[in-house]
Ligand binder design. Sequence first.
Ligand SMILES: Cc1ncc(COP(=O)(O)O)c(C=O)c1O
Length: 404
Amino acid sequence: MEDQLIYLDNAATVWPKPENVYRFMDEFFRTKGVNPGRSGYDLAIEAGSLLDRTRKRLTKFFGGDEDTPERLVFGYNVTDALNLAIPGLVGSGDHIITTNLEHNSVIRPVNHMVRDRGAEATYIPFNADGFVDADAIRNAIRPNTKFIIVNHGSNVIGTIQPVREIGAISREHGLTFIVDTAQTAGVVPINMKEMNIDVLAFTGHKALMGSMGVGGLCIRKHVEIKQVRSGGTGVRSAYPYHLEEFPWRLEYGTPNMIGVASLWAGQDWLDEHGVENVHRQEMALAKRLVDGLRKIDGVRLYCCDSMENHLSTVLMNLEGVDPGDVGVMLDVDHNIATRTGLHCAPLVHRQLGIESTHGGVRFSVGAFNTTAHIDAAVAAVSDIAKWARERKTKAERIPAKALN
Ligand SMILES: Cc1ncc(COP(=O)(O)O)c(C=O)c1O
């Protein structure tokens, strides 16, 4: 067994983070860790300046409207952001189109809108390769459809959805298009204007290379979205209601400035290394993993016959072994961290027919993995598969009467 943990759970959170991110967060917290935008002394202004500069930088990074950077609002993570966007956009009787690829951070708020606010929702299945067909979305549009919400990159099977085509359809029909970029922000280039994305939800702790506890929305300037919470904003304190102006409309209380600092430093790292270069390197490792796993007797892979339009996330199962047990053996016997089960996206497993058998084993490759990690993972699965075959053979040899 390796002494060092082999971390292949980057779809849950990218880890470790680049050194410059740790250093910048530490330095910012020590030297400028005051409340931004609430006071006029120099340090508060410096902290506020980082907040504003990060809004601008991320708006540019996502191809949003650079003249309205205040429409990039920070929250705690993508779940929090989606819980601002979805109720902020849905009214009673509105129809929502979404997909079977969604994370619970979309499924649950959408289902609450259906149960609690009288909305309707249509879930579009994915095809055998793991992609949602843009025409299926077009065909689901009704007169009362309000918005389309799609997971850009599946956190379970790794497929990247055709958001450009879906965005064009959404624009044609005058709908609002929301994209959950939890798995793609910092992995593939995104341009909201070119892709007709109206609202982009992001989380800081994955490939944006930031910390946990920060995420947000980037909202195009034509989008009308209601405020859903209220509280302190640091400005116009005598006004008895929450402010209408952005960013305050969707920001509440003291922001996670250490998280914002981490996103700033994450951008530095992405600028230096290049989003496409990092993705290319991760995909080379993911292909090596798929090629290795494919050769193992008993391994079943899902939606990765082609690794085109794919993230470096790979879902597999081993015949005759519960995925949870595979995960435990990878962890305990081989020091390899993966994630097993339903990955907070149960409709994917339901459609693949593996929900009742406890889902699958997910390997997710990150920027700091190496070929040695991949080879160790393949060797470990090969070992577990051998053990499973031997166990099966032994069980078959036990005379039936011994089992009675
Ligand atoms: C596609 C997708 N959406 C939403 C989330 C939720 O992210 P967070 O926990 O940062 O809110 C995840 C996390 O894995 C995800 O993969």
